[in-house]
Design a protein. Structure first.
Lengths: 415, 1031
């Protein structure tokens, strides 16, 4: 109890001692994020003006009264207040009577805070990296030295062996001269051997040729460069956005649909800068990502300064990754809605892909395999109730596969 | 002797003194070759940077580079919307209700759009009237993607802007108003209440404007007659289903007569149904057709009498005489007299259930039919509604032409008409236009008229326009855009508003007019959604007294001198507006089965007299010589078809061909029959002489008679159907098994093992030969749905047409098919059979006709499947015969083994091929392709798939919604059955016991095509029944 009283006293004394009090930037940040961030940004106009260095533009007293009740100031005809009101489409700022002057000071301290220039990387680290580089070099040099020694050793052994043979020359030479026929001639003479080897050569080349041919037109791993570097890793991975939030037609239509740009803008009206993790090695810096967001703004015709659409649009020409030939009919809705197949089953770990690529081969064999292995999702689907009962009885199985439902018939996919 | 032989390449060589020849003989290169300049300078050669080796290196490198480059797959781009419209989901079709009113065809339709582009037209079955799209309306979707369309407004052939055009035309109009000189507004029939209102407002503003309505194929005389009889310039509405006896005197009412669309009600009365509970006899209407050309109405008639137009007039007068009790003179052959008496008696007996109509281009004839129907108190004529789709007035049009030439009319604004092409006296019209100060032509094409008008105002297609119409009084329809205008076009009505300085658009005007004057309870949005609104407005027909006996006298005194020409419109081409539409050009005429042409139809008797011939050349294709036909000084050279059923002394020629402007070269076929349309009368006297010059036809059916083959078409009479056992008129076919006659459906004669098809869906298509009028809407619908390519005239001539669905037409070689069967059964021995079968190849002079739609029969025991070496065609559990195009290697074994000849081989690549410059060769025309169906490539076989893309889509919808497929949901899955307005084709699941098709399958009229071969098709036909009963 006494502790509580002490605390109270302390805080009281602090609040009295406002002017002397050093504002708390951390508190200011959390207040800014909870109270101001929905309409203001530090460096950029949002609904309201950018707040960086706002205390330099207006004196504190003015700001206190503005923040606590801006409408009243406008009403009273304060010149500067009216000017802001006019500039921002005659939308008055919400009143924040709950904020104390101290709170406001904290917020202003945060908005005024200029982070110290990023200190240059400590020299030790630089040395360290170069050291690590040099260690690998040393290992390489060592290895090559060992190899060189091995080669020399082998050469020497070979030499001694040869000199040994030379000592027994007479014996060896007479032997080889008697035999006479070189091995290739013997091979040519043996017609059976020739036949067998030709056949096996043909067969093996046919095998490899077939193998080569079969991968023509299979674009597994196809990873084209897109006009906008869109990272599924950030959207579906880090931010855990549901696939079908953007690819909404996958559950209704044959196309999964590339989201139209207005879908992007649902979030990106407010997310103009990238603040997530960076991958410096590959050059994916924050600036890089932010720049990609700017590309989106250009395409959709969004003017950041006025926070409005210019109407000047430029549709994005994405490179299509999954290309099925025209003679195949594939329907996303059938697989997503009816069968309940996860997107990842065919598209792979999209949430880990920085650049999207084709995960599956998309060959007919691959399709059919799955149809053979997957069961029909009968639950809660009245369409299947009767036919599943009858067919499973006919085939004597408990659960039907897609193939048994007719999923292997040519005309189901080719028309 | 041999020394005298002289070999020569051309005649000139023979004359020895020709200098050129001697020069050439001595010197191969007359002009000196520039060898020296190229190779003479040694220094040059040596200093040249490219030597032979370098050249070879470059060559090798570029070859290698090209080869490497070609190894890489193409990069496909995917471009999503910037802002996706709410209603559009890529891959899902949207449907809009709208209506077509192009001045010739009027119908309420549904437009199927995919990703914002219209790809198909369907019937708007919710509409109460005009709810069926004929072949031309079905094809009109392709006319939107016509690369020959006007892309923007022009002045004197130079591109201009709409602002400028509107400003200039307006100032011109103001000048005309100031000088009080007349301007004529020459338009098609709009039948649009809002357009009428707008034109009235326009005339209020510019009182010097006269509005003239011009129908290229005129119904002016019928309108005149109706006005005299009932006091309103309109056409009657008929309900053929209420008639027991239908008598048509020269009216092709199943074709385009009075705007067409009469088939639905006609067929309702033509399907005999036995009531099994009450054991009541089946009934169907009796149809007499008196006509000169063979039409599809005549082909469907129970009793067709071929008469020349003059004879028809006398016959009509006599029928009037019999019914009214007056004596009417006039001469007819005796047997005809008897038949006329018989027809009259039938009409009298049927009383109010009788109906007579006429298509004779004669006011008196129309008057008489009104009077006869009045005397009969016919209930088939709607007493409260009239048809408003024809407004054209011949006399006003004739007056206009003379006024233009005399200078009385100084300006002309045209919309929806092409008078330079469609007027008989188009030269006069052209000189008239040239004299006028102001000529504006609203047109979709740079056609004959637009190209000579000062301003050619590019019109939008009806898919890109707003509009409204009242086809039948009190029944209103809306036209709404289903796509943004493809080109810089502006509607006629919007221009009128600009000229009136109005800020409104035509859309505002329609909405205002509908809300104020038309919609009583419904909201605008609801009406727009339905595309149709029926008000409770009734306009009872007035009766006006008239001296009908005089009309009868006029008719009966009709006389002909020589041959009579009957001008008609073909099912495919109509008035010729859409002649740049390759689907319609390739559409085979239902009667003659000839595509890509019009021709003179002539009876065999007259052909022999004049010396006109048809012959089949070595590959079977049809050829003819030409006839020179001459009508009041106008001569036309035209090929000939000898038409069974054509009345002796009459010939026929179709409108709509012979266009020259705004049309691709391939489509410039046929002759322009409008040149013979003097005084807008479809009946003309002609003189014909033969010209000895060969013409090549593209005819898809080269064998015309059935020759007693009862397993193709089964036919019986109503009497037999009602009184005899099924085994008498639709017996189960028997085949010989170990020399014992065994029913074909017994298991022991089957080569195949039976497959259990009781689980899941099993699709069947029912085709009722009694309901099929042969109109061909299904053929075009199939074309649109399945991306069927157009192959062009010379390929069709080689029997390489690609139609997945054809409508075979057979003539009887006896007077009836029954007679054929008897003749065949009576054949005795080889010599007899040779001669008799030879004779049976020739159709009778007035044959019975039958239509039979044939598509892949989807045999359960399919002969095609067993012969495919790569298993590209196989059977699905749902009864469909699948065709995997990517697997097909093109051996064509399947086509050879198909007893129905329904498989079509892609001889060429028909898309992206300049040799086949039709819609699949240009980017615009490709927009009509159905994205759910693959565009087949060269070297593969294709055929009807039972529209598997639609059946699968319906199943998928049910699965997505977790429900069973609803009753009859499969009915409209097939494009053909969806397009069929008479219900002749019905598709469905026979494992669904409640479905219509299951019910139809139980009918005792069911038979399978060529059931002797034991293919067990999934398409079944219904025995055709003709009503030969006495009424």
């Amino acid at each position: 109890m006494s502790l509580f009283a002490l605390n109270f006293l302390l805080s009281l004394s602090f609040s009295i001692n406002v002017s002397a009090q050093e504002p708390d930037i951390a508190k200011g940040k959390s207040l800014f994020n909870s109270q101001c961030a929905s309409c203001h940004k530090l460096n950029r106009k949002l609904v309201g003006p950018a707040l960086k260095g706002v205390s330099a533009k207006y004196e504190k007293e003015w700001l206190y009264s503005w923040i606590k009740n801006s409408a009243a100031m406008i009403k009273s005809g304060d010149e500067r207040a009216v000017a802001i009101y006019e500039e921002y489409n005659k939308v008055a700022m919400n009143a924040f009577p709950n904020l104390s002057n101290n709170d406001i000071d904290n917020i202003l301290a945060y908005t005024d805070y200029v982070p110290p220039k990023p200190t240059p990387p400590p020299g030790a680290a630089v040395v360290q990296t170069s050291a690590s580089d040099s260690t690998s070099d040393i290992i390489l040099i060592l290895l090559s030295f060992v190899l060189l020694v091995l080669v020399i050793l082998l050469y020497l052994i070979n030499k001694t062996l040869k000199s040994l043979v030379a000592q027994n020359t007479v014996f060896a030479d007479s032997k080889s001269n008697k035999k006479g026929i070189p091995i290739w001639k013997a091979f040519v003479k043996n017609q059976f051997l020739v036949l067998v080897s030709v056949v096996s050569l043909l067969l093996s080349s046919a095998y490899f040729a077939y193998d080569y041919m079969m991968q023509i037109g299979v674009d597994q791993g196809y990873m084209p460069i897109q006009p906008i570097h869109y990272s599924h890793k950030i959207h579906a991975g880090a931010n855990q956005i549901e696939c079908q939030y953007c690819h909404s037609s996958a559950k209704k239509s044959k196309h999964s649909g590339i989201p139209s740009l207005n879908v992007c803008m649902n979030c990106h009206e407010n997310i103009a800068d990238y603040n997530g993790e960076e991958d410096l090695e590959k050059g994916y810096t924050k600036d890089f990502y932010t720049n990609e967001i700017k590309k989106l703004y250009k395409a959709v015709g969004w003017d950041e300064n006025t926070q409005s659409y210019t109407g000047d649009t430029e549709p994005v020409k994405w490179v299509r990754i999954h290309n099925l030939p025209d003679f195949v009919y594939f329907n996303h809705a059938q697989h997503v809605t009816v069968a309940g197949v996860d997107c990842q089953k065919c598209h792979g770990p999209v949430e880990e892909m920085e650049i999207l690529y084709q995960h599956s081969p998309l060959t007919m064999g691959w399709c059919i395999n799955c149809h053979r292995e997957s069961n029909i999702k009968v639950k809660d689907n009245e369409y299947y109730t009767k036919i599943h009962k009858e067919l499973s009885k006919k085939y004597g199985v408990k659960e039907l596969t897609a193939a048994q439902m007719g999923g292997l018939e040519c005309g189901k996919c080719h028309y | 002797m041999g020394n005298h032989k002289k070999y020569w390449k051309s005649e000139v060589e023979l004359s020895s003194d020709n200098k050129m020849i001697s020069d050439l003989r001595n010197n191969e290169f007359v002009d000196e070759l520039p060898v020296n300049t190229l190779l003479g300078n040694k220094n040059n050669l040596e200093n040249s940077s490219t030597n032979r080796r370098d050249f070879l290196k470059y060559l090798g490198f570029s070859t290698a580079a090209a080869t490497l480059a070609s190894c890489e797959g193409p990069v496909n781009r995917s471009i999503p919307y910037v802002v996706q419209p709410e209603r559009i989901i890529p891959g899902i079709s949207n449907y809009y209700a709208t209506s077509i009113a192009d001045g010739y065809d009027f119908a309420n339709v549904l437009i199927k759009t995919r990703e914002g582009r219209p790809i198909k037209i369907l019937n708007n079955s919710k509409a109460k009237v005009k709810s069926s799209a004929n072949a031309r309306v079905q094809a009109s979707v392709l006319s939107m993607y016509d690369s020959m369309r006007l892309k923007g407004p022009t002045v004197n052939g130079e591109a201009t802007s709409w602002d400028k055009l509107n400003k200039d035309v307006k100032s011109e109009l103001d000048l005309m108003l100031a000088s009080n000189s007349q301007v004529v507004l020459l338009t098609q029939t709009f039948a649009s209440p809002t357009t009428s209102k707008l034109i009235k407002d326009f005339q209020d503003k510019y009182p010097n404007i006269r509005h003239v309505v011009y129908d290229a194929i005129s119904d002016s005389k019928a309108l005149d007659a109706f006005e005299i009889a009932h006091g309103k310039r309109a056409l009657p509405i008929y309900d053929f289903s209420k008639a027991d006896v239908i008598v048509s005197v020269g009216a092709d009412f199943l074709g385009d007569w009075q705007g067409g669309g009469h088939d639905t009600s006609y067929v309702k009365g033509r399907v005999p149904l036995k009531n099994k509970i009450t054991n009541e006899k089946a009934k169907m209407s009796k149809h007499f057709q008196l006509e000169s050309n063979m039409t599809i109405s005549g082909a469907n008639a129970d009793n067709r009498i071929s008469l020349t137009p003059t004879q028809q007039k006398i016959a009509l007068a006599k029928i009037y005489g019999h019914i009214s009790g007056n004596v009417v003179s006039g001469n007819l052959p005796e047997n005809i007299e008897i038949q006329i008496k018989n027809i009259s008696n039938s009409l009298i007996k049927s009383g109010s259930k009788g109906l007579i109509i006429t298509g004779l281009d004669d006011v008196d004839a129309h008057l008489l039919t009104h009077k006869i129907n009045d005397l009969l108190k016919s209930i088939s004529i709607n007493a409260n509604e009239v048809s408003l789709i024809k407004e054209g007035n011949d006399s006003e049009v004739i007056e206009l032409v003379s006024d233009l030439n005399s200078g009385k009319v100084k300006g002309i604004i045209m919309c929806g008409v092409n008078p330079v092409y469609t007027m008989p006296n188009s030269d006069e019209f052209i000189s008239g236009i040239n004299k006028s100060q102001l000529s504006v032509c609203f047109s979709m094409k740079n056609d004959e008229t637009a190209s000579i008008s000062k301003w050619a105002a590019a019109c939008p297609h009806y898919f890109e326009s707003w509009g409204d119409n009242e086809m039948v009084s009190g029944n209103f329809s809306l036209t709404q855009p289903t796509i943004r205008p493809l080109f810089d076009t502006m509607q006629f009505q919007d221009c009128l508003l600009r000229w009136m300085n109005s800020e409104n658009s035509f859309y505002d005007l329609i909405k205002e007019n509908w809300n104020e004057n038309i919609l009583e309870k419904k909201s605008w949005n609801e009406a727009l959604h339905d595309g149709f609104y029926k008000s409770n407005l009734n306009l009872p027909l007035k009766k006006i007294n008239y001296d009908f006996l005089n009309a009868a006298k006029n008719l009966s005194s009709a006389k002909s001198n020589g041959l009579e020409l009957v001008l008609y419109s073909k099912t495919g081409m109509g008035d010729g507006q859409q002649s740049n539409n390759p689907w319609l050009q390739e559409f085979p005429d239902p009667i003659t089965r000839v595509s890509w042409d019009n021709y003179l139809t002539v009876s065999k008797f007259d052909a022999q007299k004049i010396g006109l011939k048809n012959q089949n050349v070595a590959n079977g294709a049809l050829d003819s010589n030409y006839a020179n036909i001459s009508v009041s000084g106008v001569n036309i050279k035209v090929p000939v078809i000898i038409q069974p059923g054509q009345a002796r002394g009459s010939v026929g020629l179709a409108f709509g061909y012979g266009k020259t402007n705004g049309i691709k070269k391939e489509m410039q076929v046929g002759v322009n029959a409008y040149r013979l349309y003097h005084n807008f009368n479809a009946l003309q006297n002609v003189e014909i002489t033969a010209i000895d010059e060969n013409h090549e036809f593209a005819c898809v059916q080269l064998h015309n008679t059935l020759m007693g083959r009862g397993d193709i078409i089964r036919e019986t009479t109503l009497e037999v159907f009602n009184t005899k056992k099924v085994s008498d008129w639709n017996p189960i076919t028997k085949v010989s098994l170990n020399h014992i006659e065994t029913p074909v459906n017994s298991p022991e004669v089957d080569l195949w093992d039976e497959f259990d098809r009781s689980i899941g869906h099993h699709f069947n298509l029912s085709i009722d030969l009694n309901s099929c009028t042969g109109c061909g809407a299904c053929v075009i619908a199939c074309h649109a749905e399945n991306n069927v390519p157009v192959v062009g005239k010379s390929e069709v001539r080689r029997s390489r047409d690609m139609h997945w669905l054809r409508i075979d037409r057979y003539y009887s070689s006896d007077e009836s098919f029954d007679g054929d069967n008897k003749t065949k059964d009576g054949i005795n021995g080889l010599s007899d059979s040779l001669s008799v079968f030879g004779e049976m190849e020739n159709p009778s002079e007035n044959p019975q006709v039958v239509f039979q739609p044939v598509m892949c029969q989807h045999c359960n025991h399919a002969p095609c499947e067993t012969v495919c070496p790569v298993a590209a065609t196989s059977h699905g559990r749902q009864g469909q015969n699948h065709m995997a195009y990517n697997r097909c290697i093109g051996t064509r074994y399947c086509a050879n083994n198909c007893p129905y000849k329904v498989r079509r081989f892609n001889w060429f690549l028909y898309n992206n091929n300049d040799e086949f410059d039709f819609n699949m060769n240009d980017d615009l025309g490709k927009m009509v392709l159905n994205p759910d169906v693959v565009v087949r490539s060269r070297g593969v076989m294709e055929k009807c798939s039972f529209c598997i893309q639609s059946t699968q889509a319906i199943i998928l919808n049910a699965k997505k919604e977790g429900r069973l497929v609803e009753k009859d949901e499969f009915n409209d899955a097939c494009a053909c059955s969806a397009a069929c307005s008479t219900g002749a084709m019905r598709f469905g699941d026979i494992n669904e016991k409640e479905s219509k098709v299951s019910e139809l399958k139980e009918s005792e009229r069911v038979y399978h095509l060529l059931d002797t071969v034991g293919t067990k098709p999934n398409v079944f036909y219904h025995v055709k029944i003709r009503n030969t009963d006495e009424v």
